[in-house]
Design a protein. Structure first.
Length: 458
């Protein structure tokens, strides 16, 4: 740590402390409460990836309740962002300015919430920042924890694999540079990418083993996607294709299916609040296997209906047609209501007694349906930045292309992650594109800094 970097370090620490002060002890939605209780009991299911629940259980023994996991999430986010900015920005002034992107409302307001999407983004951010820093310092000691946090980020969401994959490929490039600095032997580009792929396979396999070891109850979360698709195809073909064993009581009629079917959510398929007719989550592997076979058969038999359903779900998830934004943050009726392990050793709802918190959410509330909270914007920008990054990397004659390569890895990560929702999305919540928000901000900084360096070299 040099004297030049010390003021930036103090500012980064201030960002962590201010975030924790404003949002503590961290909001827990129903999913987070479920994961927290699994972490305390040690009885894990795989509806949510269990490794986050396991870690939360360990943190709860040190800092009881929500605060331990919330503090970890906030620290990883600001630490990763701070390291990335220090690598991209040469001057202290530009670093200060870039750090303000952490307070961009779509990025900052969801930091209040302990949820898989934010935990994934924070872990991937920190892990990738360590990979980049290890590349610069040629340090294997920094590279290894970077790989660990990339792996943790990859197992916090079922669909995080696509987000992590490009970052692992870049890790191979970084490791090859570290190796060449020690041996004096350069590594070919294709070998570096192959090394990254090997690292991905190793960490992915280790994560799967850990998940299988922890999982005590198989819940088969993929069934929610298959049910959503089958209901969508049924409505379009005017034929009830949903197996009868999924019904809680009576088999829903076509009229019932139309009532509980939503493009932007599968909630009413399982938990409607206006009718007793709905479906149940199944745990029998034989029934799940039959459901999978039914889904495959009907998708192949009715491809047009399937693609029509999926395209409209994708449009709803990305909020392409506009309208009210789905869950831009957890804020109800103009009063902030965090939920957490707060008082008397129990999980309970409570109003925030921090006037700064309430005032902040009140100030942001008018923005919730504005352009900055449109899901499609960040998926589109991820793709645009990906194309620009490719062009910059291919046309660059500079010996220093690490910034453009990092932007390419980040934008590829966001593009894959966002486009995959065409096949797997079941909700339109803004949290679904939280990683795309971060990718858009950081990849833009890396590309801008790359342009500035190229201009100076010219």
């Amino acid at each position: 740590m040099t004297k030049k970097n010390f003021p930036f370090l103090l500012l980064f620490i201030a960002c962590v402390l201010v975030t924790i002060y404003i949002f503590h002890p961290g909001y827990m939605d129903n999913d987070a409460v479920d994961q927290f209780e699994q972490g305390k009991s040690g009885l894990y299911n795989d509806w949510h990836p269990p490794i986050m629940s396991w870690l939360w259980g360990r943190l709860d023994q040190v800092i009881p309740g929500a605060l331990g996991m919330f503090a970890l999430q906030v620290t990883l986010f600001w630490s990763g962002l701070g390291i990335l900015i220090s690598l991209a920005a040469p001057t202290l002034k530009s670093r200060f300015l870039y750090l303000l992107i952490g307070f961009f409302p779509p990025a900052f307001m969801l930091l209040s919430t302990i949820i898989k999407d934010v935990a994934m983004a924070a872990a991937l951010t920190f892990g990738f920042s360590l990979i980049l820093y290890s590349e610069k310092r040629r340090s294997i000691l920094l590279f290894i924890p970077g790989l660990v946090f990339l792996g943790y980020g990859m197992v916090t969401r079922h669909n995080a694999t696509l987000a992590a994959f490009p970052l692992f490929l870049y890790s191979g490039i970084a490791l090859a540079k570290i190796y060449s600095s020690r041996t004096g032997t350069a590594c070919a580009a294709w070998k570096s990418v192959t090394l990254g792929f090997a690292l991905f396979i190793i960490v992915f396999s280790a994560g799967n083993l850990g998940t299988r070891y922890l999982t005590k109850i198989k819940s088969y979360p993929i069934q929610q996607i298959m049910l959503h698709d089958l209901v969508g195809i049924s409505i379009r073909t005017k034929t009830n294709l949903v197996p009868q064993y999924l019904a809680v009581s009576e088999q829903p009629s076509m009229k019932d299916l139309r009532r509980i079917y939503q493009l932007g959510s599968m909630k009413n398929l399982y938990w409607p609040d206006f009718t007793p007719i709905h479906f149940k989550i199944i745990h029998d592997p034989t029934l799940v296997g039959d459901l999978f076979n039914t889904w495959i058969r009907e998708v192949v038999k009715h491809p047009r209906a399937y693609l029509d359903h999926r395209s409209k779900v994708f449009a709803a998830v990305l909020n392409i047609k506009g309208g009210k934004t789905c869950g831009p943050y957890y804020y109800e009726e103009t009063i902030y209501k965090p939920k957490g392990f707060y008082k008397n050793g129990s999980l309970d709802n409570y109003y925030s007694d921090n006037p700064i918190t309430n005032r902040l959410f009140g100030l942001i509330e008018p923005l919730r349906n504005s352009l900055i909270y449109r899901n499609w914007l960040y998926v589109l920008l991820s793709m645009v930045l990906f194309v620009i990054s490719i062009l910059v990397v291919l046309r660059s004659r500079s010996t220093e292309t690490s910034l453009a390569n990092a932007a390419l890895a980040l934008s590829a990560s966001g593009s894959l992650y966002g486009l995959a929702y065409f096949f797997v999305a079941t909700t339109c919540d803004f949290r679904m594109v939280y990683w795309n928000v971060f990718v858009t901000l950081t990849a833009s900084i890396f590309l801008f800094s790359s342009f500035k360096r190229k201009k100076r070299e010219s």
